[in-house]
Design a protein around this ligand. Structure first.
Ligand code: ZN
Ligand code: ZN
Ligand code: FE
Length: 754
């Protein structure tokens, strides 16, 4: 920097890229510059934040931009060049946003920051006890946004006029609430009330809510991205009542508690604590410990899903209740979460006893994100509040990727947009068989396109013509070309993409262990070893196929999968004895005749079969993945047996595994040990040929994807088996079908970039 302009008039033009708008970046720069006695200006423009600065130690200033950035910012790049001011500035100022395209991007919603918690606890008299306190470092963003650019008039805060005090904070660059769009206080902002049978109850709404929770009642609580159903998580009767009223027999309920609560009822690891405390405040799966909670919260599961209070309302409520609460989505089974006061009154009236309501509209429905800390880092199981609309940079080679929209899967649907070298993977939308979710899916398609000024030049979807997402894509295919991506190839591509695997970085071996996906040969796949890149993939090995007897029924009823695997292993007598309660003859006839018994290599169904072998969910599962989750929970109880794999035969044949299990079962080996040996066997069976592909030079890395890799035990076992090789795993895009759209988009773009 001592070139052309020299030390005499050191001035720089500094460009900051990343998530740097709407997160308090300009006031941060302003404060940093003032503290260092620098002069110049800072503004937002279409590329990020732009700084012109002069003064001493500009290197130190640049370094501080990265190391001291606001908590919600993500700095991807700081680029600086010499600059010459027309006239030397006499101070540092925040310039108006550049005229052209200076759209302020919107960041994800963020949990209440420590300063705001202090404010509601009394540090700020205008905000003591105020449930809608926020600042530049925290608060609602995406869930209140109607249109871009992100400023107050375009959010559901528009109807609340700032009082003089709030307006002064909003205008003061030295204030923590400078340009915080949802800024509010008790004098001017949204209002909270407690309601029973459509009538407001007078009194402190937080106290009233706490009293009703204490009395074992069920509440609807309006939150950030939707309503929650809440009850006292320590009260078995309240939990049972909620299960009955919501008609949700077994699916785990999420819990909300403070750090002391979580530590009193669970044993969070350091990694889990840091994930809990992330500004996204996801639900984190944590092992129990210490005090007991009712089994009915998560029957048969080794972990409970916990989240910290993430709005001032939650903080205020938990401070009074002072015990963990169930906080599950406020919806009817299978439908999207409710966001509208009237709709919630209507539809939740049969479930809840009272409502904790407010008058700030929820514009965008966002479920709580669900995440898990593994030995290999965090993983996202459900990507939603706090994570969207975050973007991922595309790998090298995709710089010129066309604007692409990919429509994802069917049950865990989510869409993905590519534009300007970034991928935007939408929030979790859910099961498209549900009519309201299907409406929401189509709305999301239009909505994301509008928000991000996205004009698709290319569409992508799954190969399966029965997915509603594929049908939606086909209906739009007149507007732009459509690429149908094979399901497991898309899982592989999603994993490569989020790991930054470049377009020309060469082939990868993909161990794809999944539920069901249509294969390129017309059969149903799901336990595959693929070899390929973004453009193409071949199937080099797979689990031997087994009939899905009864089609969809085979998904719900694990005994059907056990029957076929035992018959294939020559263990029919054992099947007769163990499954005597089920219509075996009819089932076998259907399998033999191939009537409503499509062939599948699904690893998910192999998990179901083995779970049933251990007596788990034999007759049926009450939600997708229940049997497999219980099987993992069992395996965790026998860690030593994780190094004693069951054998697989040549061609990944699980017959030997079932034969070895039959001997163990006859010898009275504990179920935990058998569950662990199953996990180890599956990992060893797939990792051996994957290792060969890398060692022979045919593949340059191994990617692990598909819904079964939500199982951290399986993931860790595979990584151990693949030790010494480059291994790609998921961390920000779900390994399940929630990440599929990212892979589809990359495949479509790669084919078009050829
Ligand atoms: Zn704050
Ligand atoms: Zn105010
Ligand atoms: Fe899948």
């Amino acid at each position: 920097m001592h070139g052309l302009y020299g030390a005499l008039s050191a001035a720089r033009r500094i460009r900051v890229r990343g998530q740097v708008q709407g997160v308090g970046f300009r006031p941060f720069i302003w404060q940093l510059a003032k503290a260092r006695g620098l002069r110049g200006d800072v503004c937002n423009d279409a590329e990020g934040v732009l700084i012109h600065v002069t003064g001493a130690d500009l290197d130190g200033f640049e370094a501080a931009i990265v190391t001291e950035a606001p908590s919600l910012a993500r700095v991807d790049a700081v680029e600086s060049a010499a600059f010459r001011f027309d006239s030397s500035p006499d101070r540092f100022e925040i310039a108006g946003s550049g005229a052209r395209g200076a759209e302020t991007r919107v960041t994800p919603d963020a949990a209440t920051c420590a300063d705001c918690v202090a404010d509601i606890s009394g540090a700020d008299p205008r905000r003591a006890g105020y449930a809608f306190t926020n600042c530049t470092h925290c608060g609602p963003r995406f869930t209140i946004l109607r249109h871009l650019p992100y400023d107050r008039a375009q959010t559901s805060m528009a109807e609340f006029e700032m009082c003089e005090d709030c307006a002064a904070e909003y205008a003061d660059p030295a204030d923590r609430r400078f340009h915080a769009q949802p800024v509010a206080c008790a004098n001017c902002g949204p209002r909270l009330w407690f309601e029973v049978d459509g009538a407001e109850v007078s009194g402190d709404p937080i106290r009233l809510a706490a009293e009703h929770l204490d009395a074992g009642q069920i509440l609807a609580i309006k939150g950030l991205g939707g309503f929650h159903l809440a009850c006292d998580a320590t009260d078995p009767e309240a939990v049972a009542l909620l299960r009955t009223r919501k008609r949700r027999p077994g699916k785990p309920f999420a819990l909300m508690g403070t750090l002391p609560h979580i530590s009193a009822y669970g044993t969070p690891t350091d990694a889990e604590l840091s994930l809990l405390s992330d500004p996204a405040a996801p639900i984190v799966l944590i092992a129990p410990g210490g005090n007991n909670l009712p089994d009915a919260l998560a029957p048969g599961q080794a972990r409970l899903g916990w989240m910290l209070p993430y709005t001032p309302l939650h903080h205020l409520l938990l401070a009074v209740v002072d015990r963990p609460l169930v906080m599950t989505s406020g919806n009817l089974s299978g439908e999207p979460q409710m966001i509208d006061n009237g709709e919630a009154r209507d539809k939740l009236s049969g479930i809840v006893d009272a409502w904790l309501m407010h008058d700030r509209d929820i514009v965008r429905r966002l479920d709580d994100s669900v995440e898990r800390a593994t030995g290999l880092g965090p993983m996202v199981l459900r990507r939603a509040r706090g994570r969207v609309p975050g973007t991922l940079p595309l790998p090298a080679g995709f710089e010129d990727a066309p604007q692409t929209t990919a429509y994802g899967a069917h049950l865990k649907s989510a869409i993905c947009l590519l534009k300007n070298g970034q991928a935007l993977l939408s929030h979790h939308l859910g099961d498209l068989d549900d009519a309201l979710t299907w409406d929401e899916f189509r709305r999301a398609d239009a909505d994301y396109a509008e928000l991000f000024d996205h004009d698709p030049e290319l569409f992508a979807c799954d190969l399966h013509p029965g997915y509603r997402s594929s049908q939606h894509a086909a209906a739009r295919a007149g507007e732009a070309p459509l690429v149908e991506a094979q399901h497991h190839h898309a899982h592989l591509a999603a994993c490569m993409g989020e790991n930054g695997w470049g377009l020309e970085d060469g082939p990868v071996a993909g161990i794809i262990l999944d539920g069901l996906g249509l294969g390129s040969d017309g059969t149903i796949w799901g336990g595959e070893l693929l070899l390929g890149d973004y453009r193409r993939a071949e199937r080099t090995a797979h689990l031997p196929v087994a009939p899905l007897i009864g089609g969809d029924a085979a998904q719900r009823e694990p005994w059907r999968n056990l029957l076929v695997r035992l018959d294939q292993a020559g263990l029919s007598t054992m099947a007769d004895a163990r499954l005597a309660d089920h219509p075996l003859e009819l089932a076998r006839q259907a399998a033999t005749a191939g009537v409503n018994a499509p062939l599948s290599s699904s690893a998910g169904r192999l998990f179901d079969a083995f779970a049933a072998a251990l007596g788990l969910c034999v007759a049926g599962q009450s939600y997708e993945g229940e049997a497999a989750m219980q099987l993992e929970a069992l395996a965790l109880a026998a860690p030593d047996a994780l190094s004693d794999p069951y054998p697989f035969g040549p061609g990944l044949d699980p017959a030997q595994l079932f034969q070895a299990w039959a001997l163990d079962a006859a010898a009275g080996i504990p179920a935990e040990v058998m569950a662990a040996r199953f996990h180890a066997g599956l990992a060893a069976a797939f990792c051996a040929p994957a290792r060969t592909l890398v060692e022979s030079g045919e593949a340059r890395a191994v990617a692990l994807s598909g819904g079964c890799f939500q199982n951290a035990t399986l993931l860790e076992l595979c990584c151990r088996e693949l030790d010494g090789l480059p291994v790609l795993i998921h961390s920000v895009a779900p390994a399940n079908d929630g990440g599929l759209a990212l892979g589809q988009a990359l495949i479509a773009a790669a084919i078009h970039l050829r």
